[in-house]
Structure formats: C-alpha cells, structure tokens
Design a binder for this molecule. Sequence first.
Ligand code: GDG
Length: 505
Amino acid sequence: METSRLTVVSNRLAIAVGQEESGQWTIKPGSGGLVTALGPVLRDRGGQWIGWIGAIGQHPMDEGFLDDLLDHGSRETGYALKPVHLTAEEIQKYYHGFSNEILWPLFHDLPTRCNFDPSYWQVYERVNAKFAQTVAANTGTGDYVWVHDYHLIMVAHYLKTVGVERQTGFFLHIPFPPLDGFIKLPWRFQILHALLRYDLVGFQTMRDRRNFMDCVRMLMPKTRVVGQGHIVRCLTPEQEVLVGAFPISIDFRQFAEIAASQEVQDQAWIIHANLPERQLILGIDRLDYTKGIPLRLKAFANALERYPELRGKVTLIQVVVPSREEVPEYEALKREIERLVGEINGRFSQVEWTPIHYIYRPLSRVELLAYYRTCEIALITPLKDGMNLVAKEFCACSIENNGVLILSEFAGAAAQLQNGALLVNPFDIVGVADAIRRAYSMDENSRRSRMARMRRSIQRHDIFHWVNAFFRAGLHKDLNQFPRVELFLPTAEPSASCSIADEEP
Ligand code: GDG
C-alpha cells in the first residue's frame, strides 16, 4: 500500500491558543523540536496534526469560533489542525489523572507518587477512543498515523477495535520502566497489549526498549521476539510489531546559528557583565519532581561547604519554569526549592556574591540561548528523564566549545553524551558536588575536546536524523519521500477578534 500522507497525533495540537487582556484570541505556532521537524513534511506533503487544543481558560468559546480560529492556525502553519474536544471531566481524569498521576510517575520509577484511582482508567480509555475516532474520520487507508507519547497509548487498539486499518507508529517520549515497576500498574496487560497493536513502537534508548521487552516476555508469553540489535520484531498472536530505540534530538543547526546571532551575543554579554569573574552554572527545568532540583541544590551547597575555593567563584543560575502549579504536590515542591535557595544563600552569601540566582518564570528564546551560550557549566541532574533536550541544546549553543556538561546518568541523553559529559548519579550528593568541583577546574583543552565530541555527535544525530530513522523503520522511506501535494486550506481572512502571533518561549 502506497503511503500518501502523514498524520501526527499528540495530546496537544502543535499550536497554543491564548487570550489577551483585550479579549482578543491568539494562536501561536508551537516551536518545539517535533513541530520543527515534522512541520515542513506536514506542510509540503499535505499532512495534518490531530490533538487537544489545551485548556483555554475561563472563557469557553463556541465550536464555530474555535473552528475559525483553527482555520487561521492552519493557514499559518501550512497544514491542517484537527482538534479533539475534551470535557472538564475528561481533562481531569485522562490528562491530570491517568496520564500525569499514574503513567508519568510510574514510568519515571516513582511508583509511590502514583494515585491508582480506578475511575481514571475508564476515562483514559474513553479519551483514547475519541482520538481514534478523530483519526478514523480524517484519514484514509494510505495514511501513516504517527501517535506520540504516554497519553495516547490506546489509539491503535481503538482503531483496530472498530475495524479501521491504518499503518501506525508510536513514539514514547518518556522512559519505559523496568519490569518490577511496570507490574505494579493495575492495567499492565491492557497497556502492554495496546502498545503491541502498533506496527512500530519507538523508545528513546536501548535501556527503555530492553525494559519493554522484559515486560513483554514476562507478561505476554505468547509473543515471540525475533532478531536483535537496533530494531527487533515481536510476533504476537495478532500481528507483527517492530520495536526500536530512536533517541530524539534537536535542530542543531538552528540552535547553533541563533546562539551566534548578535542579539544572543549581546544578551549573553549582559549576563556575564553582571556576574563578573566567576563561572556560571546553569540549571533549567520545568517544575517537576523528576528533575531532581532539591537534591541538586543540596549538592551545590555540599560543594561550597567542602571546597571553599569555589565560594565567590561560581554562581548557580537555577531557572524553574512554572508547571502544574494548581497541583498541591507541585506547589509543595516549589516551596521546598525556595526554602533551600533561601537557606543556601543565607548561609554562604558575601557582600559581592550570592551563590544562587533563582528565576521562576519561562525565559524567552533569546534569553534561554544567551544563558546556554554564556554559562560555563550546565548542571542537569534529573532523577529520570526520557531524553532531556536541554542537555543537547546547551551543547549546540556552546559555540566556543568551552562549556562543561554535568549530566545525570538516568537521562536518556547520557547514552549519547557519555563521551563528553561528566556523568553523575543525581541521588549522590557528594558525587555531584565533586563533579561541580571537577567541572570548575577543568582545563581549557579538556573542555574543548569534550564539548567538540558532544557537538559532533548531536550534529550528526539531529532531529531530522531521528524522524528519518523512524520513517525508515516504519515505512522503508525517509522524510523526503512523502509525495508533494497541493494542500487545500481555508482562505478566510482573520477575523477582528483573532490574530496570529509568534510563540515567545
Ligand atoms: C518530554 C520528555 C524528552 C525549557 N525551559 C524553557 C524552554 N524550555 C524548552 C527547552 C527544551 C524543552 O523546553 C524541554 O525539553 P525536555 O527534553 O525536558 O522535554 P519535555 O517536552 O519537557 O518532555 C523528555 C522530550 O519529551 C522529547 O522527547 O526529552 O525527557 O519528558 O526544548 O528548550 N524554552 C523557553 N523558555 C524556557 O524557559 N523558550
């Protein structure tokens, strides 16, 4: 069967809908790696993106207006945007509940943080069925349907349940847990069975794939595994499934080019001019308990305690991007971080030196790249992370090759960057403190050769390489081989109450 068109399915659409104080609605195109890599294919080859539009605040709009807004969004992105509408209960139980209170902590090896509320499961199933219906209604037999992430594991299952045959691929952006963790999931059979309904399942690392295969062998004894290496075949009683590791990456060239721009350079200069004669250590994370921020702060304090020569000579810039603040657990984490920052600053500050600069807001893209470019050390210590793109972006922006990357061995990125990063166990406060000391005193040559190795590797394995690898496995063709088509898009002019804006962060 000839594949004619790509349909990407993710929890969120590739745009952000917002409302300004004036009441005007805005649509901002997404700027993440996935949008960068897949946007051009979808645009030039007549593809589409299916997803939830996101919580749109307190002023619900009627569906007609939303359709108008999406038409304008489609004209801006160049490809069709097909929304899946969710009720308040569905958002609560499918998104906040099953996805973020069960799968997120369990898959990050934190089962004690799970809330295995049985009512979440039914709604998770229902919403996945809803997504499958939207896919069925908007695709034909020649379409390739690429589903993303833990929110939507059941989509292929529901397509099959209603007899809709499509070629399907699934990519899990977060880790897949070891057998011991996975079997705690009350719906372990359903989730595993649903993953085995895709034609291709992709994980971030070989470790994730190995964990998945261990679970398949143990829980699905009728499934035979054939082959070894990068991609293996699972033969279930129903079908053949390819399973592989495809480490996601970034648009290296774009990051390096923007990092070299005058705007970023000026901003980088200002940052360092205000914090002179010291090395800057950068931590940047979404507010989340998987990111290991409190332990990192303790490790920094431990380094200042045990290595007094660092005092006055290093500053930790810890950026925390607000996230899920309405959840009490996240609010408590924020308070803990702020307490630790206050305690450490109170203990070590001197007249002209504050050990930690704490920023609690999203940075603009220029600011972010300026920090990447100018900070001498990046301290990235998640307790567990699917990949961690910040680590790769820091390297891409370290255009003078002088940055040192301290990276958790439990980030997916560690597999690729171990040839240049200082790998640490984020639970080992003393070990992380020693790595800070080592990074601080690393000589110029070692810095340059380590960073050059990592940059070469990321440049070779960039986001386009990732998409191609996935398509080659799933479709035996690459990005360029989707046929070019004339895409029909609505031609209406933007209405007075809606505008298209560039996304800031
Ligand atoms: C999942 C997995 C996996 C962050 N702060 C700001 C900002 N960012 C951007 C970074 C980066 C992205 O957000 C975060 O990257 P992650 O890798 O942590 O990805 P997530 O989307 O959180 O999560 C993760 C990833 O999927 C991809 O598969 O790596 O393991 O959890 O791109 O640049 N951007 C701006 N301001 C900020 O303050 N502008």
